[in-house]
Design a protein around this ligand. Structure first.
Ligand code: 8X3
Length: 251
């Protein structure tokens, strides 16, 4: 077990939750961040192998992000690894039919939220000349698909920020990399389709989608590289997926 502290945003469900479970077996301290207090406490109870701290904040609030990170108890305050995982899709509509509230949510959470958390955590990494940031992007960071417009824009921004951080942090001792998942069977589509469970289920039927654990293992692999090795990005899709729109489904 490495004596390191990991902060994970969006840890209450999906890839964030699976990553917390996976990393709890490898690292000494985990900070579980999110909005859903109940889900995070439940997760905390499951993670018996390492020390955990639950931090409730909405990444959309810069003030809440900064205050929460500042108020971390001493033994959790030196963050070695930041997993920028919090992110959502809201709606799947032609741009001309889009709901500006959905746009705001995606840009505020996926882009600005990621920036706020990064800025709250980064100075101490730079000061200690050590740290590792993993940004969770998407295949939507690399491709734009019909009706994906603003979600894809937000994830393209994550891709750009992943590059930008690596450029700006070059020589500081802080590593930066991204994982870009394709179709992962989580509550992602339920959120996107606003609890239309049937429609959400369709996204992952007819083929074997990735599971959140697959991405958690990819993140662990990126973290476990030797000091001199930085995996700058990995795109991970189900074998049945060739692109955002080409998915081989059986009947
Ligand atoms: C999730 C994958 O295909 O819905 O980021 O954009 S997709």
């Amino acid at each position: 077990m490495q004596d390191k502290t990991v902060l994970i945003t969006g840890a209450s469900s999906g890839i964030g939750r699976a990553t917390a479970i996976c990393l709890s077996k490898e690292y000494a301290r985990l900070i579980l961040c999110g909005r859903n207090h109940e889900a995070l406490i439940k997760l905390q109870k499951e993670l018996t192998g390492c020390k955990t701290h639950v931090l409730i904040f909405d990444v959309r609030s810069r003030e809440a992000v900064n205050t929460s990170v500042k108020q971390l108890p001493k033994r959790f305050s030196n963050i070695d690894i930041l997993i920028n995982n919090a992110g959502n899709a809201h709606g799947l509509d032609f741009l001309q039919d889009g709901d500006p509230e959905d746009w705001d949510a995606m840009l505020d959470i996926n882009v600005k939220g990621l920036l706020y958390v990064t800025q709250a955590v980064l100075p101490q990494m730079v000061e200690r000349k050590s740290g590792h940031i993993i940004n969770v992007g998407s295949t939507a960071s690399k491709e734009v698909y019909p009706k994906g417009n603003v979600y894809c824009a937000s994830k393209h921004a994550v891709d750009a920020l992943n590059h930008g951080m690596r450029l700006d942090l070059n020589g500081t001792g802080v590593k930066v990399g991204a994982v870009h998942p394709g179709l992962v069977a989580t509550n992602f589509s339920e959120v996107r389709f606003k609890n239309d469970t049937e429609r959400a289920k369709q996204v992952y039927t007819g083929y074997k989608a990735l599971e959140a654990e697959d991405i958690a293992h990819t993140i662990l692999y990126m973290l476990q590289q030797p000091e001199h090795v930085n995996i700058t990005e990995l795109v991970v899709m189900p074998s049945a997926q060739a692109s955002s729109t080409i998915i081989h489904k059986h009947d």
